[in-house]
Design a protein around this ligand. Structure first.
Ligand SMILES: C[S@@+](CC[C@H](N)C(=O)[O-])C[C@H]1O[C@@H](n2cnc3c(N)ncnc32)[C@H](O)[C@@H]1O
Length: 201
């Protein structure tokens, strides 16, 4: 028997990992992952910006229960740099060891493929069903993260951005441009998490 899907347990596990996801944001991330993982075929999830793994344990927890042969590619150079280039960047300690300990502790390491690189330097060649963008939060970086993987999004792919909020105007500007000019639609928001789809793609 595969692991039972227990959302409350996944969210409880997330709370033990340092990071910025609120409960309602994590719930929306989890719901989006369920949407793609409950299909008949294997799916591919990409996370840009893992930090210590708070969002990774949510996405990985869904995959482990619903589609354990599917994979979450968790992309982050793990140099400890967070923020936005047009506001404030902070550099703390490298996060890779904490990230690995956290995904292992949460029991999701087997469905997570860590990629220790910048999004736009990642060599990529496969279709993506869910893309979660949570790297640096200025417009240039958010757009570069998204554009690097955009060609690989499947027709029904779901895309989430974290920090779609006034304190990071670059994220707001880029997401609003996708909605106004590129056929994307906001499906739902939870605090600063926003879920998009592109109807008819
Ligand atoms: C806000 S934190 C991510 C938080 C994480 N999603 C969570 O739930 O805790 C941002 C992370 O993005 C990473 N990062 C910054 N620029 C990146 C890029 N171009 N590609 C991938 N990761 C990046 C940083 O190293 C940092 O760990």
């Amino acid at each position: 028997m595969t692991a039972l899907f227990k959302p409350l347990t996944i969210l409880a596990g997330m709370r033990g990992v340092a990071g910025w996801l609120e409960d309602d944001e994590a719930e929306l991330l989890l719901a989006a992952a369920v949407q793609v993982a409950r299909g008949d075929r294997l799916c591919t999830l990409v996370e840009i910006g893992s930090y210590q793994g708070r969002s990774t344990v949510v996405l990985g927890g869904v995959l482990k229960a619903l589609s354990p042969e599917s994979r979450l590619y968790a992309i982050d150079p793990h140099e400890g740099t967070v923020g936005a280039a047009d506001r404030k960047l902070s550099t703390g300690v490298p996060t890779f060891d904490a990230f690995m300990a956290n995904i292992t502790g949460a029991g999701v390491a087997e469905v997570v493929q860590p990629m220790r690189s910048l999004s736009y330097e990642t060599v990529w060649d496969q279709p993506i069903d869910l893309l979660f963008v949570d790297g640096l939060h200025d417009r240039e970086n958010v757009e570069r993260d998204f554009r690097h993987f955009e060609p690989y999004l499947t027709p029904g792919a779901l895309v989430l951005f974290h920090d779609y909020a006034g304190y990071y105007p670059g994220v707001v500007a880029f997401v609003d441009a996708l909605v106004a000019g590129e056929g994307w639609r906001i499906v739902e928001r939870a605090s600063s998490m926003v879920l998009l789809e592109r109807p008819g793609a």
